[in-house]
Design a protein around this ligand. Structure first.
Ligand SMILES: N[C@@H](CCC(=O)N[C@@H](CS)C(=O)NCC(=O)O)C(=O)O
Length: 221
């Protein structure tokens, strides 16, 4: 009897990403944690490439990231992360325990819905304000979110936010902390738990490889 034919190889994943995008960074971390190779497809937000018709077909709202997996196209980092979780269960990001699972989703949602969308101005508003006003707005929303996150994680004595394994909360936290510190001048000394987690992430290869400066489209200096 003939041995069964091997399953056809899946085409490599493609990630449409911008080096500095924290939403793209979340997905890069998860892909690295799950050991999934992917082709990096840069979308230069500074050149408005998210409005190119080719990209708009992938994500009609014209934001990065977008993921292509064979015939499947998924946009929005949260949706992509849940898809990866279902399709590639290695290194699970969502715990089974209902309380821990809810805490992971709450932290992800604070970052994804109550900080990140409020930290950037659309260009047409930015043009009307001076840079002092825009940075104050951004810092206000990041600090408000970080204060809540610090409170939620009060007493956390595990290596990562919700345990000694990296989970969904960590995947959302690190890009937000990284951007807060590097781009928006947030002082982490008032957030000791978040500051400690940031240090732990910065020692982990999956996080290091996903960091903005390591991406092929990052400026060279
Ligand atoms: N909810 C979306 C938000 C995506 C998003 O805001 N992406 C930003 C970069 S982090 C973007 O593409 N901005 C381009 C623009 O504002 O035109 C997600 O989590 O993927």
């Amino acid at each position: 009897m003939r041995p069964p034919a091997p399953a056809p190889a899946r085409p490599k994943l493609k990630l449409y990403s911008f080096w500095r995008s924290s939403c793209s960074q979340r997905v890069r971390i998860a892909l690295n944690l799950k050991g999934l190779e992917y082709e990096y497809k840069p979308v230069n937000l500074l050149a408005n490439e998210q409005s190119d018709p080719e990209f708009e077909r992938l994500n009609p709202i014209k934001y990065v990231p977008a993921l292509v997996d064979g015939d499947t196209v998924i946009a929005d980092s949260f949706a992509i992360l849940l898809y990866l979780e279902d399709m590639y269960p290695q290194h699970p990001l969502l715990p089974q325990d209902p309380q821990k699972r809810a805490l992971n989703i709450q932290i992800a949602s604070i970052v994804g819905s109550s900080i990140q969308p409020l930290q950037n101005y659309p260009n047409f508003i930015e043009e009307k304000l001076d840079s002092n006003e825009t940075i104050k707005w951004t810092q206000h929303h990041i600090n408000r979110g970080f204060t809540a996150l610090e409170q939620l994680l009060k007493g956390c004595n595990t290596t990562y936010a919700t345990g000694n394994e990296i989970q969904l909360a960590d995947v959302f936290l690190e890009p937000q902390i990284y951007g807060g510190v590097k781009r928006f001048g947030i002082h982490m000394s008032i957030y000791p738990v978040l500051a400690r987690l940031h240090e732990a992430y910065m020692e982990h290869p999956a996080f290091l490889a996903a960091s903005p400066e390591k991406q092929p489209d990052a400026p060279s200096s």
